[in-house]
Ligand binder design. Structure first.
Ligand SMILES: [Zn+2]
Length: 156
């Protein structure tokens, strides 16, 4: 996969840097994931929500992104309708428990700006012990095995 510019800040306030698909794209495991899913790599590989190579489901299927783009917003907080019903449903979707943090993230982006928030996110989503990044669903660090603050995957 050709390298592209990473954009780790979602319109909704999610941090793409802790997405397992984004992380696999960065560390060379995306071909394997695409094979497991039986999907072409170009439909899976992702450099973040606002990059020019986004996984299909976040490229085509996200109503939050579609709405923000139509309104010309960088983040939902710029919207007169914030916090709208659609975003509340997104935040509270039990399939994606890490979405519960978006309101705090958007608040932080509003107060401190994107760069400061991204720096905070790198720390939030890295092992406190060895500083290795972990994804939304990890309970322990891949490198040192320490407990990390990911979310449990909901029962499907
Ligand atoms: Zn660690």
């Amino acid at each position: 996969m050709e390298r592209k510019e990473r954009k780790e800040n979602g319109y909704c306030g999610l941090y793409c840097g802790a997405c397992p698909v984004f992380m696999k794209t960065q560390n060379g495991q995306i071909e394997q994931l695409a094979a497991e899913l039986g999907t072409p790599v170009v439909e899976v590989a992702c450099f973040g929500c606002k990059s020019n190579q986004v996984a299909k489901w976040c490229r085509d299927d996200c109503p939050i992104k579609k709405c923000s783009q139509e309104k010309g917003h960088d983040y939902c907080i710029e919207c007169d309708d914030y916090l709208c019903k659609d975003l509340m449903e997104f935040r509270d979707d039990p399939r994606y428990p890490y979405h519960t943090e978006i309101e705090a993230y958007l608040d932080q982006i509003r107060k401190e700006g994107t760069e400061s928030w991204l720096n905070f996110m790198k720390i939030r989503w890295s092992c406190k012990n060895c500083h290795t990044p972990y994804d939304w669903f990890q309970q322990t660090c891949n490198r040192c095995g320490a407990a990390v603050a990911g979310y449990h995957k909901p029962e499907s």
